[in-house]
Write a protein of this length. Structure first.
Length: 704
């Protein structure tokens, strides 16, 4: 209760302070008018008393007007001045009432009613002010009229009744005014609270909120701009919008915003601003159009710093570039390894193929030469698979679907490994279960997996033997399930070790590589190869008793069957001797070409590098050129371009065939782009070589 009273007194004081000028003006006017009815001395005394009272009231209410709390003594002093003023006005009305004239009675009545209304609506404007300055003086007026002197002998009943009615009307007006004012103040308070809440949000969020006119003038900036740019809000309001855009963004950002102003909608931009300290700051801003209270279009924006995001993006780009560089380095490594491994294999495969067909060999020697040839061919396939391991992981290796007899790769690999098994005193048996029918699949990759399985089985078996089992059973939809198992009586592995056997660079025991050798990559290649063909692979083992490795494939049946025997060289059907230039830096490869073509009517000239080749095609006429790619002095690609650039009519249609260990698809394409006509991969297949020698000179003659 005490707090409510104090708040009411403070409110009265603040309102009283505001109404001081108007009250003094009214007081002076009334004093001047009343000199026509009262002695001037009485009017002057009224004016003087009111001036002193109002001045004291002004001093006593200033603190509350400024929003500070007042002491009880100050509140009492201020209330006393209000009461003194009300008494002074009532006294003036009483003097007019007892004047004895009709004009005095009328003026007294009007004065009393005016004080009641004026006290609240124009002077004090508070409930307490109405009570002190209006209600109490009004009650005193009625008491005076009813019980005071009546010099004109007026009938008091109608006079008092009308005065009471007027007092009621005035009070009702005051109450309505106070009610309206109270609602207005409550609405203002809610609006202020809402505005304060929004301002708290706007002033404390990390994003920067801005409102600008369409001509770039700023209307609002949240204080977070200080942290974002280093400038104060006042400094930025003194500049036009876009002033601190980064020079590289200062042209295109305003253009985009101009398009937004014309088309409407929303827009999100990423750009840089120049911080007060001079460095660039990346921001992302959402722009939108709004309409002000007067209907003027404005642009609102919400910005946030994205330096961290940009740094992460840069890091990701750099990481991608490093990954691409690593991939390129890996590709280069694979390309180089392909070339370096295929080059010696070219001689091994080539000469073993020639040797096994030699009539001067004893049957057993010819058989051994055939095994060397088969082993080198299988080794070549294994090298290709190892070098393409990354392509297997990436799913970039395609599976060939050709007709084959499932027993053929099984028995071929078994025959290849028989001598190795017998050398260790092991037996190697092949078993088939069920009726084997021709299937459609990739026999070469099946041989690759079988070779790895049998090699491991023989390697890790000291006594006993190895059994290779082929099982084929129907699988529906005109398909068959082909299962191949390789069981040995070797050292075996534990169940926990089996879980990791098919991971790359993993072996069952660290001591295995020291005792038996190997890289631990073979089974990983097998797993990916079988899965690439849509099959499953696995193993079971008992330590000390042996292991069984298996894979299953579901392949479609086929009636056709391709001849898997290596095509023998055919006689070249040439109308005249073939003039051939062999460009090869490795002597053994040059000798291999001459050995392969010795039975045929081919005149061979050799060159050891591209520079010699360019010189020889200018001095001599050739029907075809076999061009190696990687050579010293001048490589084959450069030499081919140089030959194609020569202005000699006989060289315009000269076939140039790439003869290289570079067999990857992009490497083959580089040969064709350099101007070569075809590609012959190393190790060289004699049938492929003879086909090219028969085909390209004929094309050249037809074109001529």
């Amino acid at each position: 209760m005490r707090a409510l009273l104090d708040d009411g007194l403070d409110e009265l004081a603040a309102k009283t302070y505001e109404g001081f000028p108007l009250r003094m003006a009214v007081t002076a006017a009334v004093a001047a008018l009343m000199t026509t009815l009262l002695p001037w001395q009485a009017c002057a005394a009224f004016l003087g008393f009111q001036t002193v009272s109002e001045s004291l009231c002004l001093l006593a209410s200033r603190r509350q007007f400024l929003g500070f709390k007042a002491s009880p003594a100050l509140r009492l002093a201020q209330l006393s001045t209000v009461l003194a003023g009300a008494i002074s006005w009532m006294t003036l009305g009483a003097l007019l009432w007892i004047d004895g004239t009709a004009a005095g009675a009328v003026c007294a009545t009007a004065l009393w009613l005016s004080v009641i209304y004026f006290a609240q609506t124009h002077a004090y404007q508070s409930p307490l002010g109405f009570v002190v300055g209006g209600a109490l003086p009004g009650a005193a007026m009625l008491v005076w009229v009813l019980f005071g002197p009546n010099p004109m002998h007026l009938p008091m009943l109608p006079v008092a009744g009308l005065l009471i009615l007027a007092f009621g009307f005035a009070s009702d007006g005051v109450m309505r005014t106070l009610a309206v004012r109270r609602k207005f103040e409550e609405a203002q308070l809610r609006l202020s609270e809402s505005e304060a809440q929004y301002r708290v949000l706007a002033d404390n969020i990390t994003d920067v909120i801005a409102l600008n006119d369409m001509d770039g003038r700023r209307r609002y900036l949240s204080p977070s701009i200080v942290k974002a740019m280093g400038y104060s809000v006042e400094e930025l309001f003194a500049t036009q919008n876009y002033t601190f855009l980064h020079p590289q963004d200062a042209a295109w950002v305003p253009q985009e915003l101009a398009k937004l102003a014309q088309a409407g909608g929303d827009l999100t931009l990423q750009y840089r601003i120049v911080h007060k300290e001079g460095h660039a700051v990346w921001v992302e801003t959402n722009f939108g159009l709004v309409t002000s209270a007067d209907g003027t279009p404005q642009m609102i924006s919400v910005s946030r710093q994205i330096d961290a995001r940009k740094a992460l993006e840069t890091e990701l780009v750099e990481a991608r570039q490093r990954a691409e560089a690593a991939a390129a380095a890996k590709s280069d490594f694979l390309a180089n390894m392909t070339h370096e491994l295929r080059t010696p294999l070219n001689a091994i495969v080539g000469f073993s193929g020639i040797l096994r067909r030699s009539p001067r060999l004893e049957p057993e020697d010819a058989h051994h030469a055939g095994l060397i040839h088969d082993a080198s061919t299988t080794l070549l396939q294994l090298v290709n698979s190892v070098l393409d391991f990354s392509r297997l992981e990436a799913g970039a290796v395609e599976v060939e679907a050709r007709p084959f007899d499932p027993e053929t790769p099984v028995r071929a690999i078994a025959e290849l490994m028989t001598e190795q098994a017998h050398a260790k005193g092991l037996t190697l048996a092949v078993e088939t279960r069920g009726e084997t029918a021709h299937l459609l699949g990739d026999a070469a990759r099946i041989r690759q997996v079988l070779l790895n399985f049998l090699s491991n089985a023989i390697k890790f078996t000291a006594q006993g033997g190895v059994t290779l089992t082929l099982t084929q059973e129907p699988a529906g939809n005109d398909c068959a399930r082909m299962r191949v198992e390789v069981a040995d009586t070797g050292i075996g592995v534990t169940e926990q070790q089996i879980e990791h056997l098919f991971e790359r660079f993993t072996q069952a025991d660290a001591s295995v590589s020291r005792q038996y050798g190997g890289t631990g990559l073979g089974l990983a290649i097998c797993k990916r190869t079988v899965e690439l063909m849509g099959g499953t692979i696995g193993a079971s083992s008992v330590p000390g008793q042996g292991s069984t490795f298996w894979f299953e494939l579901v392949l479609p049946h086929t009636d056709a069957l391709e001849d898997e025997a290596e095509p023998e060289p055919e006689n070249l059907d040439l109308e005249e001797p073939l003039r051939l230039l062999v460009v090869e830096d490795v002597a053994v490869n040059r000798e291999l070409i001459m050995a392969l073509l010795r039975p045929f009517d081919v005149a061979i000239e050799t060159a050891e590098n591209g520079e010699q080749a360019v010189a020889k095609v200018q001095d001599q006429a050739f029907d075809l050129v076999l061009m190696d790619v990687q050579m010293p002095v001048m490589d084959g690609l450069t030499a081919t371009r140089a030959i194609r650039a020569l202005d000699l009519p006989r060289l315009k249609g000269l076939p140039i065939i790439a003869m290289t260990a570079n067999v990857l698809p992009d490497q083959v394409q580089k040969c064709l782009d350099a101007g070569m006509d075809d590609h012959l991969g190393k190790p060289i297949e004699p049938a492929r070589l003879l086909a090219l020698l028969s085909e390209w000179p004929g094309r050249t003659h037809e074109a001529a």
